[in-house]
Design a protein around this ligand. Structure first.
Ligand code: LLP
Length: 427
């Protein structure tokens, strides 16, 4: 978060609020989100792409009603991938025509709700779904705007579980073997569908633009084939999300304006080469907008020094509020934030309170050797895919999301309570 400072006594403040106050008022663990930073990043993407392109924030990274309102105010659109995300978006007043609906296995009920609500586009992910959406739209007497998600066969250099455009995986329709071309044929034939474009998402936490270059080349190749075969130039192309952020100082992310320039140039060049009108471009960043805007505030509990082996620093959360380290071997950093310390640094592993030895938040980190129970530590860059992937493992309560801005803090997602857990347990 960018409004982070150290105050006179060495404690961290964010958005003008000290971490001590935040811990007192809201408890720990808590996700602390810098609203001004979120809005600025959203606006930077919007401005970078200008009025000839659309930015759809990927709600899966983190979605709440406050976030939907901020996005709406900053002029962004929203990508949702479930009925739950759709309900959140609509209930916070996002105009339906600014919502895109994704997913590899949308239910008929979700499709019906999306069409009834009037979503701006549904991204078709399979042959069966082309038929399904066509049926539902016809039964409602509607013609739904759709894109087709194609897998372009790019190997994105990221973790296997978050790379999505190589061909052996569950998302999209492969370009290979003429399958995507066949999908386009069917979508153009069926009633109830208005095919407005093609979609490609190659993966997540990507720094190297060359994957997007290959993807754009192949998507435009298909646009050209469609023009040659059907005489139509599809007006839109979506290049997905996936732009990386800095989790540690080794990562060097690119700015939205550089990304916008690169993507626009790639698509324009490819289209000129193919003598096509340049389609309207859209992108779907999630992590790049919300990831850096929040940190997780934990209180240090037990510290265990295993001589000659390692020091384990336990915090009051863990894999239930951040599964990314366990799941993707993700790298995070951590800092003592309730005070400063001149003590020698010690190499430590920050672990959670769960009954599992893989419950690691930060694998290797230097913390001051005088660290003690009750100190507050913060793990930065937890705005994306932490609260949204949080669980109740061990019946641990999911932390709140607290927005800070101009000296004030406000809970935007409240902490779960034991009553919340028991309410679902109706046996
Ligand atoms: N568009 C589509 C179609 C997607 O599938 C995704 C992410 C995005 C946009 C947004 O990607 P972003 O800009 O946030 O990278 N849980 C994983 C990430 C899964 C991403 C899934 N799809 C993680 O924690 O790294």
């Amino acid at each position: 978060a960018h409004t982070v400072r150290r105050d006179a006594d060495g404690a961290l403040t964010v958005g003008g609020v000290g971490v001590g106050t935040l811990a007192e008022q809201h408890g720990t663990p808590a996700y602390i989100l810098d609203e001004a930073d979120f809005r600025e990043r959203a606006r930077a993407w919007r401005t970078a792409f200008g009025t000839d392109a659309d930015v759809f924030y990927a709600g899966k990274a983190f979605l709440s009603r406050a976030v939907v309102r901020w996005l709406h105010e900053e002029g962004l659109n929203l990508d949702v991938c479930s009925g739950g995300e759709l309900a959140t978006a609509l209930s916070a007043g996002m105009p339906a025509d600014r919502i895109a609906f994704h997913g590899n296995n949308k239910s008929v009920d979700e499709i019906r709700r999306a069409i009834e609500a009037g979503v701006g586009r549904i991204v078709l992910d399979s042959f069966q779904e082309i038929v399904r959406v066509s049926h539902v739209a016809q039964s409602l007497g509607r013609r739904q705007r759709v894109q087709i998600r194609i897998t372009v066969g790019v190997e994105a250099h990221t973790h296997e579980f978050i790379a999505t455009a190589h061909e052996d995986q569950k998302f999209g329709i492969p370009l290979a073997g003429g399958q995507a071309a066949e999908a386009v044929r069917r979508a153009l034939q069926l009633d109830g569908l208005e095919l407005i474009g093609l979609h490609s998402h190659i993966g997540s936490q990507i720094f190297d633009m060359s994957g997007f270059e290959v993807a754009a080349h192949r998507v435009v190749g298909l646009l050209k084939d469609i023009r040659d075969e059907h005489g139509v130039e599809l007006p839109e192309i979506d290049l997905g999300g996936g732009l990386g952020i800095a989790y540690t100082s080794d990562d060097d992310p690119r700015e939205p304006h550089e990304i916008a320039k690169a993507l626009t140039e790639i698509v324009t060049r490819e289209c000129e080469g193919a003598r096509l009108r340049t389609p309207r471009i859209s992108v779907e960043p999630g992590r790049a907008i919300v990831g850096p805007t929040a940190f997780t505030l934990y209180e240090v509990g037990t510290i265990k020094r295993l001589d000659g082996l390692r020091t384990y620093v336990s915090v009051d959360g863990g894999m239930s509020d951040n599964i990314r380290t366990a799941l993707y071997d993700a790298e995070y950093s951590v800092a003592l934030v309730s005070r400063t310390s001149d003590a020698e640094p010690m190499l430590a592993r920050v672990v959670g309170k769960h009954c599992e030895s893989g419950d690691i938040v930060v694998k290797d980190a230097f913390l001051p050797s005088d660290l003690a129970p009750g100190d507050l530590i913060a793990v930065p860059a937890t705005g994306a895919y932490c609260r949204s992937m949080a669980s109740n493992y061990n019946h641990v309560l999911r932390p709140p999301v607290v927005a800070v801005r101009e000296g004030e803090s406000r809970v935007i997602v409240r902490r779960e309570t034991e009553e919340d857990l028991l309410r679902l347990d109706v046996g």
